[in-house]
Structures are given as structure tokens and as C-alpha cells.
Design a protein around this ligand. Structure first.
Ligand code: FAD
Ligand code: UDP
Length: 392
């Protein structure tokens, strides 16, 4: 390891972007990945039927951050794709986020009056969280809020989190507000789309750099030792350069303060001998079924394939830490955050160890947020390494 300036653990967006920033600045990076592939949870591949699928659940890129879009555009062209989601409410499909079109579908003749009341209360184009809407004093709007709560949020959230919407972190349901508009896109960010040749190709290009040495099938916890005295060993030798860790932080410390809570998912893929399985990229099952949603990949990727399509159903459950289970979503509560803070403080005792990414930071981050944070950290590390060299 002496030949490397930095060690990065995990080849998802966090680890890949940090590695590339360091590499472009002339630093040599060892990138260690436990899985047999790059891309983290954004990894995609061609399945047995020839369909491009996302192994760890559907990923749609969207961002309001021009810097992130420009950076990733170095490694991919984009397919213009605007994600649209509908909820299946007892067989009736309506846009999610619940918007003025959903209002028409659900309320018929009553919709124009409700739309006027909504607009008067919150303003045209407003995004109102379901928890806020439920606080409305207008009895008509309170009834509407009950409808949306019961038919869009309650069952889906219980399936996804094992808890009612009012009992989870409010930021989670706020991701999908009631939208006083007829814009039926799932995201309103100015830059959205899918990597033209898929995410894995994007990662291949990003990691194709002479200063990056990638080691797949390498569990960093087997090669990294955190000593009692705040030093870090890699492959048994003291390593003083930056170590960026993007895995679960409780794993890093063998869960010594207890396990952080996460939700995991089972993905059930099905290939059907039809052109299209459903009308939209994703259909959310908000009042029935055990799965939360069905995504049909061809809608997202634009792949043309006659009479064949692959879908995925997502089943959510509590993460137990068993071998093979993957922690996908941090279950953020005041208790879990306090537990996370203890682990983060412990990590802080190792001056060269940095936590980055959705798992290591225990946050509900989208891909673009992770890329932005990785760019910042990469640049910070480059500056620090430059300063050190100046000193030397
Ligand atoms: P990850 O992608 O999880 O990468 C971490 C990597 O570290 C993994 O490859 C892992 O194997 C590796 N690792 C962990 N521990 C070790 C170890 N000990 N040694 C070596 N390697 C290790 N975001 C969007 O913007 N749009 C979407 O549509 C979207 N859809 C999503 C759908 C689902 C079902 C999920 C779960 C997430 C979705 N996200 C989406 C979020 C997106 O997946 C994350 O923002 C992104 O993957 C985070 O990147 P990361 O590098 O932090 O983590
Ligand atoms: N949600 C819901 N019904 C829906 C869509 C979302 O109740 O039809 C809630 C649910 O609690 C979910 C959260 O809003 O976990 C965030 O949804 P999002 O689609 O952003 O989740 P992700 O794609 O990250 O799984």
C-alpha cells in the first residue's frame, strides 16, 4: 500500500467520484470494493432475457446542481427521460406526487372547488407535505388530506418502513409532497435523465484512470485495522494517507455500540413475453399488495426489445444484519441518530479516516447529493495532500 496516496473503500458513487478527483490531481488511489462489480447500488447489467436492469432497484438521475450534472457528463451522454409514477388505487391509476390531475381522477366534480381552496391556502404550484395538509382547518381540505393520507401514504409507508407516516422522519414523506400543478413528473429538477449506456458504463469510464487501482471482491474490513491509539493499518502496515470509507459505519466498528437500524429490500425480477407490462416507468401500490412498487426498466432506459420486458417488484423489511442482506435505507430517528453520532465521533479519532456516502453518513441521500459531497471531499483531500507535499 505504500505506493498509494489514498485508500477508498466502496466503488459506488461516493467512492468512485472521490477516487477520480484524487486521480485527476495526480494522486494514486487504491479503491477496494467488496462486491464483484463497480457502481454500488446504481449498478446495472443485462439480464438473461437481454434487458438492461438495475440489480439493486430502479435508479433515475435528477439534480438541481449544475456542477454535479456537468461532472457526470464527462463520463456519459444522457437519455432524456422524465420519470412519471402513478399510484394504483383500487385499480384506478393517478399521478404521484398527488397533483391537480390526481385530484380530478379521485374527486371528479368536486375537484375544481378543492383546487381553488388548495390554491387559495398554499399558492399556485405549491408543494405541500401530507403532514402539513392534514393540519388544514378547512373541513373540505381536511377531507382531501384524509383521502390522500389513506390512499397514497398510509399503506405504502407501512409497507416501506413498518411504521405510519406520522411516526417516521418527516423529511421522508416530504420527498413526495402534494403538488398544486398539472406537472406529473416525479421530479422537477432541471437536469434529469438516464446514462445513455447505463450506470455501469458511466462507472467504467470514471474509474478508467492510470492512478486508480481497483480491487474487487475485497472486503476492506479484512485489510483495514483501526488501532487503539488512533492509527490505521492497511494490509498490516501503517497507512497515514487519507482513507475514505463509504460502507456502513456500524460495520466498521464491529457494531460495538449496537446495530444501526436500516430497512432492506427483496427485489423480485420477472420477465414477461410482452412489449409493455405497464403504462408507466413505476406503478406504486398504495392500498394493497405486499410489494411497494413495480418498475419496468424499458421505460427508463429506452431499450427497444420486441415482445420481452423485465419488471421488478420491491418488498421492504427490517434489516437484521444477516449475511447477504444489504442495508438500503437508514431508519432515521432521534435514537438512531444519537447512535450514529457515537460511531461518527469514534471515526473522528482517526485523523485520516473520512466517512462519506449514504451508508457511512447515515442519510437519505440521492445520487446527486452523494456526487456533490464526493466532489467536495475529493477537492478538500487534494488540497490537504498538496499542503503536506509543500511542507515536505
Ligand atoms: P452505495 O451505492 O451503497 O455504495 C457503497 C459501496 O461500498 C458498495 O458497492 C458496497 O459494496 C461497498 N462496501 C461497503 N462496505 C464495504 C467494505 N467493507 N469493503 C469494501 N466495499 C464495501 N438515488 C437517486 O438519485 N435516484 C434514484 O432513483 C434512486 N433510487 C434508489 C432506489 C433504491 C431502491 C435505493 C436503495 C436507493 C436509490 N437511490 C436513488 C439512492 C442511491 O442508491 C444512493 O444515493 C447512492 O447509491 C449512494 O452511493 P454510495 O456510494 O454512498 O453508496
Ligand atoms: N410515499 C408514499 N406513497 C407513495 C410514494 C411515496 O407513502 O406513493 C412515501 C413513503 O413513505 C416513501 C417516501 O414517501 O418511503 C419517499 O418516497 P420516494 O419515492 O422518494 O422513496 P424512494 O424512491 O427513495 O424509495
Amino acid at each position: 500500500m505504500a505506493q498509494f496516496d489514498a485508500v477508498v473503500i466502496g466503488a459506488g458513487f461516493a467512492g468512485a467520484v472521490v477516487s477520480r478527483v484524487l486521480a485527476d490531481a495526480g494522486r494514486r488511489v487504491a479503491l477496494l470494493e467488496r462486491r464483484d462489480h463497480i457502481g454500488g447500488n446504481a449498478y446495472d447489467h443485462i439480464d438473461d432475457a437481454g434487458v438492461l436492469v438495475h440489480k439493486y432497484g430502479p435508479h433515475i438521475f435528477h439534480t438541481g446542481d449544475r456542477r454535479v450534472y456537468d461532472y457526470l457528463s464527462r463520463f456519459t451522454a444522457w437519455r432524456d427521460y422524465q420519470h412519471r409514477v402513478v399510484a394504483n388505487v383500487h385499480g384506478r391509476l393517478m399521478p404521484v406526487p398527488f397533483n391537480l390531475t390526481s385530484l380530478d381522477i379521485a374527486f371528479g366534480d368536486r375537484a375544481p372547488d378543492l383546487a381553488r381552496r388548495l390554491t387559495a391556502a398554499y399558492g399556485e404550484g405549491a408543494k405541500v407535505t401530507i403532514l402539513d395538509l392534514r393540519r388544514s382547518r378547512d373541513p373540505e381540505l381536511a377531507q382531501l388530506a384524509d383521502y390522500v393520507y389513506e390512499n397514497i401514504f398510509k399503506t405504502y409507508t407501512v409497507k416501506q418502513w413498518g411504521q405510519a407516516p406520522e411516526d417516521i422522519d418527516p423529511a421522508t414523506t416530504a420527498r413526495v409532497p402534494v403538488f398544486l400543478s398539472r406537472d406529473d413528473r416525479y421530479f422537477q429538477d432541471p437536469w434529469q435523465g438516464m446514462p445513455q449506456e447505463g450506470y455501469t458504463s458511466l462507472f467504467e469510464r470514471m474509474l478508467d484512470h492510470p492512478n486508480i487501482t481497483l480491487r474487487l471482491n475485497t472486503d476492506a474490513l479484512r485489510v483495514l485495522t483501526l488501532t487503539q491509539v488512533g492509527t490505521t493499518l492497511v494490509d498490516g502496515a501503517v497507512f497515514k494517507g487519507p482513507i475514505v470509507y463509504t460502507g456502513a459505519v456500524d460495520d466498521l466498528f464491529e457494531r460495538r455500540f449496537g446495530r444501526l437500524p436500516y430497512r432492506t429490500l427483496d427485489f423480485v425480477f420477472e420477465t414477461h413475453p410482452v412489449e409493455w407490462y405497464q403504462t408507466h416507468g413505476t406503478v406504486n401500490y398504495t392500498v394493497d399488495q405486499d410489494y411497494t412498487r413495480i418498475t419496468e426498466f424499458k421505460h427508463l432506459t429506452g431499450q427497444e426489445l420486441a415482445k420481452k420486458t423485465t419488471i421488478v417488484k420491491e418488498f421492504s423489511k427490517a434489516y437484521t444484519g444477516q449475511d447477504g442482506e444489504i442495508p438500503y435505507y437508514a431508519v432515521i430517528t432521534p435514537d438512531s441518530r444519537a447512535l450514529y453520532d457515537r460511531y461518527a465521533a469514534l471515526a473522528g479519532e482517526y485523523g485520516n479516516l473520512r466517512l462519506l456516502g449514504r451508508l457511512a453518513e447515515y442519510q437519505y441521500y440521492n445520487m446527486d447529493a452523494i456526487v456533490g459531497r464526493a466532489l467536495d471531499l475529493g477537492q478538500e483531500l487534494v488540497r490537504a495532500l498538496d499542503r503536506e507535499m509543500g511542507k515536505g
